[in-house]
Design a protein around this ligand. Structure first.
Ligand code: SF4
Length: 436
């Protein structure tokens, strides 16, 4: 979502003639869009500011704006602690970026803009064409969260749930497709909680599917409690909806899920998986896991390991629990770090073996790959298969934006290597090349 927001911030600032640059030396205004999910997010802000300070030593400093969830959560502290910062701007206030830049140009007081103005924000953004021209583009349909999992800062930094109207979303989707996007990834902190008037995510998927030149649809990130029957049916009926669902579970222990305030049990989670598989036999799953959540016993941890063995997630994203200031879980006693590290190691070993087995089975299978870009200085193209796996092939012809049937020949931990099916017999050397 931060990538989507950063693009929107840049597009807004263009209206007052600020153009995005990759060269820090020519920066007049430096916007650092932050994420508070990962550990040490605030430290990273200070570190980054240090880098800018060094670059502009003995020169006129650029305007420094900290945006995003760290700004929301710790704005006042940031402004007090680091005088180099001119403004902090929360994720629901970034539509005010131009006003803030103009005020900062005039060297006004430090600005703290961290109100939850989400309706105003989308009203502003709707006036702005989404000029992204990527093959695969993000589109925010929903923001915020009302679930209040005990470990999570999102309800405090992004605010309550808000869904955009169907018309706004369709308009933006058409803009993206008109500019060449073939895939749209619908975004929301709780994307499947999407509801606008009586419309739910399943309705939106059906409408998006009607866009002729749109080839693929994905959505992320979901909560198990919002996987409704109509959404399960959409997985069967929407041909453009890709057969991979990222469905965070966080723990394999119902007791821990209760402590986390996740609001569902493991039985319920497994039932959803079964129902989805019944309706869409080719569907696969990925998930997020918090290892060593406060109170996690050996038995709870083993249940998490059992769960990944049972579901065989093709990707498991796992982290040791780390507390976020202000969340209820931050007052709980942590599992000792040695145990936590051991558990993470065991978990990741099992998860990696599952992933390796899955990838091994893909060798010599045929995948449909949407190619996104050429690899710099090489006759190779990068794309993704239906399961969001990265795939690289050699080609002298431009493949960008095309979907090709690819025979998978090799893999490493993160990438599959293949050849265009029609060229399979021609290029005998490909195996040695990829092996090298
Ligand atoms: S559902 Fe997701 S975003 Fe909402 S509080 Fe829980 S972890 Fe955070």
């Amino acid at each position: 979502m931060n990538e989507y927001d950063s693009n929107r911030i840049a597009a807004l600032a263009e209206k007052i003639n600020y153009i995005r640059t990759k060269d820090i030396k020519e920066t007049d205004c430096y916007v650092l869009n932050t994420c508070h999910i990962r550990e040490k997010a605030t430290d990273k802000v200070y570190h980054d500011i240090g880098r800018v300070k060094k670059e502009f030593r003995n020169k006129k400093k650029p305007i420094i704006i900290i945006a995003g969830c760290v700004a929301q959560a710790e704005g006042e502290v940031l402004l007090k602690k680091e005088s180099y910062i001119d403004a902090v701007i929360g994720p629901q206030s970034y539509h005010e970026i131009n006003e803030i830049i103009i005020k900062s140009e005039k060297k006004s007081n430090k600005i703290n803009s961290t109100e939850f103005n989400v309706i105003k924000k989308f009203d502003q953004l709707n006036l702005l064409k989404n000029s992204n021209n990527k093959i695969s583009s993000f589109l925010t349909i929903q923001e915020g969260c009302d679930k209040f999992c005990k470990f999570c800062v999102v309800p405090y930094t992004r605010g309550p749930e808000h869904s955009r109207s169907l018309d706004e979303i369709l308009l933006e989707a058409h803009q993206l497709v008109d500019r060449g996007s073939k895939e749209i990834i619908l975004l929301g902190q709780n994307v499947n909680a999407y509801h606008f008037e009586k419309l739910k995510l399943s309705h939106l998927l059906i409408e998006l599917e009607k866009i002729k030149n749109l080839k693929r649809i994905r959505y992320t990130t979901s909560h198990p409690n919002d996987v409704s029957t109509d959404l399960i049916d959409a997985h069967k009926n929407c041909k453009k909806l890709m057969p991979l669902l990222h469905l965070p579970v966080q723990s394999g222990s119902t007791k821990i899920l209760k402590d986390m305030n996740r609001g569902h049990t493991i039985d319920k989670y497994l039932k959803i998986i079964e129902e989805l598989k019944e309706k869409k036999p080719t569907i696969k799953f990925s998930s997020d896991f918090i290892i060593a959540y406060p109170g996690e016993t050996e038995d709870d941890f083993n249940k998490t390991v059992s769960l990944i063995k049972k579901v065989k997630f093709i990707n498991s994203y796992s982290f040791i629990y780390s507390s976020r200031p202000g969340t209820p879980a931050s007052n709980m006693r942590n599992v000792d770090i040695k145990t936590a590290k051991e558990r993470l190691k065991i978990f990741q070993n099992v998860a990696n073996n599952i992933k390796k087995d899955y990838r091994k089975k893909l060798i010599n299978s045929v995948s449909e790959v949407l190619f996104e870009n050429k690899i710099k200085n090489e006759d190779k193209y990068f794309g993704r298969d239906e399961y969001f796996n990265s795939v690289i092939v050699s080609s002298k012809k431009n493949l960008t934006g095309q979907i090709k049937k690819i025979k998978i020949k090799q893999h490493n931990h993160n990438t599959l290597f293949g050849e265009i099916l029609s060229d399979c017999q021609k290029d005998k050397k490909i195996k040695e090349e990829y092996a090298a």
